[in-house]
Design a protein around this ligand. Structure first.
Ligand code: PLP
Length: 389
């Protein structure tokens, strides 16, 4: 076991050390301007994130969750409506559907990519279905072509939950630009994370973008004249100023995450830990099923590795070894959404969505942040190896 001190799941202090002066100057700019809500920093970030995401419009909002809520409000989702989504995601995806009074309808995932399986969508459509929310989980986009085709044929809106996927691509198209609306989160652990909560809605549809903009600020236009009922879903200038600095570094950080994913693949192969061969390499294929499964790259395009997720049937043993060596890890997500207590009245039972349920039992996130060193990753792989010794 190579000696390593400890490896956190994410090391934001290491990232901050490389941008400290620029970020402090940006925060200072806001302090001097005393313009805290909306204003030039927010408008600047909106333009930059929209450009980065191949979209015409960006509307800064208070969180990724609020991006989903205002998007659902903007397309007019009402009580009694049904929205199709994945059961294997962060809670907000389905929580927001319920919060606007609609019913989340869950379609199981493709077990290889962990994203919603388009093959199951058609059977879930009823005359109450209004929208589909695919989630680009862990930084790899869902299979958007069949999803858009089905949505088009049935007249359904598509809202991309791109909270984990800023800069990810599907056939050269960026996350957020394919559906009618795309939702980003700037929660600190996302690839573009602020110094607190924040989010953005992107779109190529001028009418919907305008509606989101109204809804973000109580539906007012002009000020104190309310056309529709919205809320306070605004983004702070301080967050925008920090995020504008970080956005300049995002492609470099993404490249670091991709390099680290490749390193895990090589190190796991060298250790005989993976269950299938890497094409064109000399690494042997273990004969046993007792091996870890590495993330599957579906070949859609750019994967931004918000998380690096392995599958293991020995998860408890692997976690015990990681803990012993002070290596950060996390289960995303231990309970699929259809089995959450708060959704009991939707009537789902264990066994209904087996691919999501087995993913919840077997997946584990390893450190993938850009500042990881090869020695740290070798330590992570060696610790996993102890559970398979
Ligand atoms: C983080 C996340 C959200 C919510 O974003 P917040 O900014 O934390 O509100 C929604 N969906 C997914 C898939 C996420 O990972």
């Amino acid at each position: 076991m190579p000696y390593i001190q400890s490896v956190p799941l994410l090391d934001l202090k290491a990232q901050y050390a490389t941008i400290r002066d620029e970020v402090r100057a940006a925060i200072d700019r806001v302090a001097e301007a005393q313009w805290f809500i909306g204003g030039p920093e927010v408008e600047g970030l909106e333009r930059e994130v929209a450009d980065y995401s191949q979209c015409r419009f960006g509307i800064g909002v208070s969180s990724g969750t609020d991006a989903l809520i205002v998007s659902l409000m903007a397309i007019g989702i009402r009580p009694g409506d049904e929205v199709i989504t994945t059961p294997y995601s962060f809670f907000a995806t389905a929580g927001c559907v319920a919060r606007v009074g609609a019913r989340p309808v869950f379609v199981d995932i493709d077990p290889a990519t962990f994203d919603i399986d388009p093959a199951g969508i058609e059977a879930a459509i009823t005359d109450r279905t209004r929208a589909i929310i695919p989630v680009h989980l862990y930084g790899q986009m869902a299979d958007m072509d069949p999803i858009m085709e089905i949505a088009g044929r049935h007249g359904l809106y598509v809202i991309e939950d791109a909270a984990q996927a800023i800069g990810s691509e599907y056939q050269g198209r960026r996350a957020g630009s394919i559906g009618r609306l795309g939702c980003f989160s700037f929660f600190p652990s996302k690839n573009l994370g602020g110094f607190g909560d924040g989010g953005m809605v992107v779109s190529n549809d001028p009418d919907l973008a305008h509606r989101v903009k109204l809804l973000r600020n109580h539906g007012a236009e002009p000020k104190y004249y309310h056309k529709i009922i919205g809320g306070n879903f605004r983004l702070d200038a301080l967050q925008a100023a920090v995020l504008r600095i970080k956005l300049k570094y995002l492609d470099g950080w993404t490249a670091g995450r991709q390099r680290n994913a490749d390193r895990y693949r090589r190190l796991s192969a060298e250790a005989g830990l993976i269950s299938h061969a890497i094409p064109n390499t000399q690494y042997p294929v273990p004969k046993t099923q007792d091996a870890i499964v590495l993330p599957h790259d579906a070949g859609f395009g750019r994967h931004i590795y918000n998380q690096f997720i392995i599958r293991t049937t020995r998860r408890d043993a692997v976690m015990a070894r990681l803990k012993e060596h002070k290596i950060g890890h996390e289960i995303y997500y231990p309970v699929p959404l259809h089995l959450q207590e708060c959704f009991a009245d939707l009537g789902y039972r264990a066994g209904d969505l087996p691919a999501s349920e087995s993913a919840a039992r077997e997946t584990l996130a390893l450190p993938i942040y850009p500042e990881l060193t090869e020695a740290m990753q070798a330590g992570v792989v060696a610790a996993i190896g102890e559970a398979y010794a």
